[in-house]
Design a protein around this ligand. Structure first.
Ligand SMILES: Nc1nc2c(ncn2[C@@H]2O[C@H](COP(=O)(O)OP(=O)(O)OP(=O)(O)O)[C@@H](O)[C@H]2O)c(=O)[nH]1
Ligand code: SF4
Ligand code: SF4
Length: 330
């Protein structure tokens, strides 16, 4: 297992398979690279099936035991089932998707060995959903969630970014997962530093406080030091639904417990979601070269908040000057 100099073992990889998407969510950060893009056809700059599998085989040699496929919208890749089927057996395979392509395909993904899925669902109302995702696919997403449950994916996590447009839906979404077995909810802090529009931000601490009152039980997940709230439905069944808060913004504890390396759709290793100054290409590389590049990426990982970004004398976050001269895009 590889460990960075801050003692953070790398146990998971997040592989973006494309930056294409059929949605255009107002908060999208596209794995920290900026906006997604329009054309729905496969693009030349995307890693091909063998590139992805070769990288995963190397990651498995370093005891990485989980892979998450992301995008853009990873289900736009027609070879997704093949990639999943060829993923080393030791890895738990999960997928983050907008859900629109799950109907009719969820079972194939399960047959390929997909274990669980996260589906973005920001509202329980078609109009608000359309305003956030700039798509009219609300019903399709609900069908996608249903298809995932029916195919046996467990859990199905609903991803909801909490910001001005969606915060009002939090109580309803919490009730929704409390009352529906198999569903969990991830409330994701809005990241103004990646998406712009700071005026849409809301204080995530208010959500923590509200959930602490609402929950029957609270636990900490080691990954990112995330808080998990177990909530029951109106019928009083305890521990039915789980709500997790993903709150990375200005949170050194989150970064201190970060165990993931990312891969961009073009095949660059990326040590941190928020940084694009430490990208290392794996293009055309043999396995020994990928091994070295993976090692180098891990060696150079730093927690973003608390080390890469530190507070100055006025209490403001700024880049730690020791990293200012060290940008790589190799
Ligand atoms: N800053 C930061 N944000 C993250 C990280 N991991 C997840 N997020 C945020 O959470 C969003 C949803 O993540 P997902 O890929 O669905 O799932 P996950 O939160 O990683 O959770 P699991 O399914 O439990 O692995 C991402 O788009 C990010 O905005 C991370 O390591 N750093
Ligand atoms: S569905 Fe995901 S990838 Fe697509 S625009 Fe929305 S946030 Fe971005
Ligand atoms: S170091 Fe922090 S910001 Fe960077 S990926 Fe890890 S948790 Fe996210």
């Amino acid at each position: 297992m590889l460990t960075d100099e801050f003692g953070r073992e790398v146990t998971g990889v997040r592989v973006s398979l494309t930056d294409r998407c059929n949605f255009d969510c107002v908060y999208c950060h596209n794995e920290g690279l900026g906006d997604t893009r329009g054309p729905m056809d496969p693009q030349d700059d995307e890693m091909d099936t063998d590139d992805v599998v070769r990288f995963l085989e190397v990651a498995a040699e370093f005891d990485v035991d989980a892979v998450k496929f992301t995008g853009g919208e990873p289900m736009l890749r027609q070879d997704l089932e093949e990639i999943i089927a060829r993923t080393p057996d030791q890895m738990e395979v999960s997928l983050t998707t907008n859900g629109t392509f799950l109907p009719g395909r969820a079972e194939d993904l399960v047959d390929a060995d997909l274990e669980r899925v996260n589906v973005s669902q920001d509202a329980l109302d078609p109009e608000d959903f359309a305003a956030v995702t700039q798509s009219g696919a609300y019903e399709k997403v609900l069908e996608g969630v249903e298809a995932a449950l029916e195919a046996g994916l467990d859990p199905v996590k609903l991803n909801m970014v909490v910001f001005e447009h969606t915060a009002g839906y939090v109580p309803e979404m919490v009730d929704h997962v409390a009352e529906n077995e198999g569903l969990q909810l991830q409330l994701i802090e809005y990241m103004p530093e990646l998406t712009g529009r700071p005026e849409w931000n809301i204080d995530i601490q208010r959500v923590h406080d509200w959930l602490a009152d609402r929950a029957d039980e609270i636990e900490h997940r080691e990954m990112h030091d995330r808080r998990r709230y177990w909530v029951s439905g109106e019928d009083g069944d305890t521990g039915k639904g789980m709500v997790e808060i993903v709150d990375p913004v200005e949170n050194p504890n989150f970064c201190a417990n970060c165990h993931r390396v990312r891969v961009t759709h073009e095949g660059y290793l990326k040590g941190c979601l928020n940084r694009n100054d430490d990208l290392r290409s794996m293009g055309e590389m043999s396995k020994p070269e990928i091994r070295d590049t993976f090692r180098k990426t891990v060696e150079n990982r730093v927690p973003y908040y608390g080390e890469y970004m530190i507070r100055n004398g006025d209490g403001e976050w700024e880049i730690n000057e020791k990293y200012l001269e060290e940008s790589v895009r190799a």
